[in-house]
Design a protein around this ligand. Structure first.
Ligand code: DP6
Length: 345
């Protein structure tokens, strides 16, 4: 007999960035972060997890190619999930003994992997959710965020929809380093995200390596983690609760720029944004200037692709203008999304 469960997990894009770990094994961050979950129709991972006593090995595939399942991060997630299943089996002698069976995990992304489009976030969130469903675990999205975080830090924010905070926590074992909902998507459903793909190539410096180089060498980063982010987290939560787009936009752009400044302050310096990225910044500035108020905000992760946040009422001006750019500048490709109602399911 083969037991099976399937799930979709969405991509999330941080507006207050996670960058830097205080514990690299458990992926415990130096600062808290906050993200918006994007629509599953646009950017998502679909994962099917199966187990059977007839399987001989744990296996993992992504977009049809076999992947290394022995990696420490994947193993950490599977170990935690199997332990929770063992707890279920210990309480219910009738429950099938799934924890001891080998797992087959099959994932598909509908977007370029490792191009700075948060593929690891959706990937680990989907893996954890799919195995948790397969095991019928009585775990909440926040419980599962503790596990997904060990796969990839940003993945813990993809287990829920809407506006999500990852509180850095204080404990050494990471038990309080969890994601929680700041507001559901329907609190501010007018939010839109336009993903501008400047390059779908694999990035130069991985987030994992880049952030630890920043922690080791940047004094600007020390200031960011201690002084800048804690205040900004509270201000961003308030902007979201108040549905104050101008405040949301100011904080989002400032945080993206502060994060990229820390990369520049890293030794050797790290450049994720390129000329095409900078043209998106200027375009955003021009649109805001012509409206005499903030109607769009850019943010960049560890890659050159831009994500532009705006409200539905400005769809024509914002998406329309960027579509002009998409046509005009080689290498750009636009994709639109909106905040979703649910996280991984
Ligand atoms: C710039 O979550 O990919 O996207 O924990 O090492 O897997 P690991 O890093 P990862 O880093 C994401 C960094 C970021 C900002 C963010 O998503 O908050």
């Amino acid at each position: 007999e083969v037991y099976r469960a399937s799930t979709y997990a969405p991509v999330n894009i941080a507006v207050i960035k996670y960058w830097g770990k205080r514990n690299t094994t458990l992926n415990l961050p130096t600062n808290s972060s906050l993200s918006v979950t994007l629509s599953q129709d646009d950017l998502r991972t679909h994962t099917t997890a199966s187990c059977s006593s007839s399987f001989t090995d744990d296996t993992l595939s992504l977009n049809g190619s076999p992947q290394d399942i022995a990696g420490a991060r994947t193993q950490a997630c599977l170990r935690e999930l199997r332990q929770l299943r063992k707890d279920v089996e210990a309480q219910d002698p009738q429950a099938p003994k799934l924890a001891s069976m080998k797992l087959q995990i099959v994932s598909e992304n509908n977007f370029p992997t490792a191009a700075g489009l948060a593929s690891s976030a959706a990937g680990f969130a989907a893996l954890v959710r799919a195995v948790a469903d397969l095991y019928h675990l009585p775990a909440s999205p926040t419980d599962l965020s503790r596990i997904a975080r060990q796969g990839s830090g940003s993945a813990c924010r993809s287990l829920m929809g809407g506006y999500v905070a990852w509180e850095k926590g204080k404990q050494d074992d990471g038990s309080d380093s969890l994601a929680c909902e700041v507001a559901p998507a329907n609190h501010w459903p007018e939010m839109r995200a336009l993903v501008l793909v400047a390059s779908a190539e694999k990035k130069d410096v991985s987030s994992t390596a880049g952030m630890q180089q920043t922690v080791a060498t940047s004094t600007l980063f020390e200031h960011r983690a201690k002084e800048v982010v804690p205040k900004r987290m509270r201000a961003m939560e308030k902007a979201i609760h108040d549905r104050d787009f101008a405040a949301f936009a100011t904080l989002t752009m400032k945080d993206s720029n502060n994060f990229h400044a820390c990369n520049l302050d890293t030794d050797p310096p790290i450049f994720y944004m390129n000329d095409v990225s900078r043209s998106a910044v200027r375009m955003c500035e021009a649109i805001n200037f012509s409206h005499d108020k903030l109607v769009c905000a850019y943010t960049f992760d560890a890659g050159p692709n831009a994500v532009i946040y705006y409200l539905d009422e400005h769809e024509n001006e914002v998406a329309g203008t960027f579509k002009g750019l998409v046509g005009g500048v080689k290498g750009w490709e636009g994709k639109r999304g909106q905040a979703v109602k649910d996280g991984a399911k």
